[in-house]
Design a protein around this ligand. Structure first.
Ligand code: NAG
Ligand code: NAG
Length: 501
């Protein structure tokens, strides 16, 4: 939501390092060859969770579904991003209680958009309040503590006020870290960028892997928290005080980044995020109870649940120390995603960012199409998770139909985006294994009048119930809109998914 994402180093410096980790487009092996994967590791997977968006939760039970869903996915701990809201302590109390009963772990990630770097003792005393809780993540026997930003914070004050040894794993710039004072470090830059917190531009391309190399080099053996994020799009206009409007290109990143992580094998991975709807990188359900900071305009009818399905075998493989996720695929499944309109569609006359004199003190506000829009591909992205080889057919609108011979394991495909219905099928040996039509069409009109560069994620088999924003998550839906915007328009009735054995 109110995150200012940052860069970690100059593009020029990193360009010379960007040589490692080639990423295959498809990983597949025959089951018989992938046998070296059963060793368990000390690897852990975290997921960044915005506590600032859940001030409306009434009890620990309002946290239970998130804990249960995350644990089922293989997430070991939520990184609870906190600011200085009045409700923070109440919600932390609920969260720790819920996590304890679900068998999940938690740690606090202090957001230095809100904490000041001279507040080390405040940070340490908050750590002390929760460190003894059953659900507190401990690494090497020490409570785990992280941050967003925070370069220059008084670490001695944090450690002293915490009153015990802590495992301190902040999100500092690599060039700022004093490696004697931290136990690990977290890299936030999970998207390709220009090295200066916007989308890549001509001659300025910093990949996520460039960031891995930079952090690993600086950490010289200390544990690294590698970032993984599926998407990035934000589109706040003058209807809020934190106007910002840009994208990072993601496209097939949800698949490619997991491939990179399996190759890299870091000690920790942090998925960005569970519930930051405003930047469109949520993997949690739309129905997860939260307040609306104005993001519902581009989040409504845009579930991302399928990305959890896609990630699950990757997470299992990562934790097992495997570089090939094939044997962790337990069911035949298709996961697909796409933006709701081609990028050429013109919404200037009705878009929320085109008028109102938004405050651009952050330098992150742009009028019209989000900054970086042209870096995205007008394609439908499909990941096949298959127990054995099969034929995948993708039809996007009436113009584009492509057939792929997909191997066993996890493989990825894309086809050009066509206006209209999106249809998918999987056949094997002449039998239909999966077939269905997405609940959401691609259109050449502006959804709710705006530029919406979020992704719709669907699956086959299709879910039998819809994942929808709840009333509090829709409360700001119409603020600033210039056209009508009916809420929760998807209907399961339009799906024709079948699944057969
Ligand atoms: C813009 O936002 C900044 C930071 O919140 C604030 O200091 C400034 O007063 C705002 N400017 C206007 C014109 O509202
Ligand atoms: C906001 O500031 C950034 C950085 O100075 C600038 O590139 C951008 O054009 C500004 N946006 C508007 C609408 O003027």
């Amino acid at each position: 939501m109110l995150h200012g994402v940052r860069s970690f180093a100059s593009a020029g410096l990193l360009a010379t390092l960007a040589v490692a980790f080639p990423v295959p487009f498809s990983t597949s092996t025959t089951a018989a060859t992938s046998s070296s994967t059963s060793a368990s590791t000390d690897r852990l997977v975290f997921c960044h969770f915005m506590v600032g968006l859940v001030g409306d939760r009434q009890s620990s039970s309002d946290w239970d579904d998130d804990m249960i869903n995350a644990k089922a996915l293989g997430i070991d701990a939520f990184a609870l991003n906190i600011g200085t809201d009045d409700f923070t302590n109440t919600q932390l109390g609920y969260a720790y209680e819920s996590a304890a009963s679900a068998g999940m772990s938690l740690f606090i990630s202090f957001d230095f958009n809100w904490f000041a770097t001279d507040q080390g003792s405040t940070v340490g005393s908050i750590v002390a309040n929760y460190a003894g809780h059953a659900a507190q993540l401990k690494v090497d026997g020490k409570p785990f503590v992280s941050s967003f930003d925070g370069d220059g914070v008084n670490i001695e004050a944090i450690r002293s006020a915490a009153g015990q040894d802590i495992f301190f794993a902040p999100n500092f710039h690599t060039e700022d870290i004093d490696f004697d004072t931290v136990d690990a470090a977290f890299n936030w830059m999970a998207w390709p960028s220009n090295g200066d917190n916007f989308a890549p531009a001509a001659g300025r391309h910093v990949s996520v892997t460039d960031g891995d190399i930079s952090y690993l080099s600086s950490l010289s053996g200390k544990p690294y928290i590698a970032p993984m994020s599926p998407w990035f799009s934000t589109h706040y206009g003058a209807e809020v005080s934190y106007s910002k409007n840009w994208v990072f290109p993601a496209d097939m990143l949800p698949f490619h980044r997991w491939q990179e992580i399996l190759t890299l094998g870091p000690r920790f991975v942090e998925v960005i995020t569970w519930n930051d709807y405003g930047e469109s990188h949520y993997i949690g359900p739309l129905s997860s109870p939260h307040t609306d900071d104005g993001a519902s305009k581009w989040v409504m009818d845009m579930p991302h649940d399928g990305w959890r399905d896609m990630m699950k075998p990757f997470i299992a493989a990562y934790k097992a120390g495997a570089t090939d996720p094939s044997e962790y695929v337990t069911d035949d499944q298709l996961v697909y995603w796409y933006r709701p309109t081609p990028k050429t569609v013109d919404c200037d006359s009705t878009d929320t960012t085109m008028s109102g004199g938004a405050n651009n003190s952050t330098g992150q506000f742009f009028e019209g199409k989000p900054n970086g829009w042209n870096q995205l591909a007008d394609e439908v992205f499909v990941v096949a998770l298959l127990k054995s080889a099969a034929t995948v057919v993708v039809q996007s609108g009436s113009n584009y139909q492509q057939t792929f011979q997909a191997p066993a394991g996890i493989s990825a495909y894309s086809v050009p985006m066509g206006i209209g219905q999106q249809k998918f099928s999987v056949t094997r040996g002449g039998q239909t294994v999966l077939s269905g039509t997405s609940l959401k069409e691609i259109t050449d009109t502006c959804p709710c009048g705006i530029y919406n560069f979020n992704a719709y994620v669907g699956t086959l088999p299709a879910p039998t119930t819809l994942d929808q924003l709840q009333p509090e998550g829709l409360s700001q839906l119409t603020a600033g809109l210039k056209t009508s915007c009916p809420a929760n328009t998807l209907s399961v009735g339009t799906s024709t998914a079948t699944a057969s054995g």
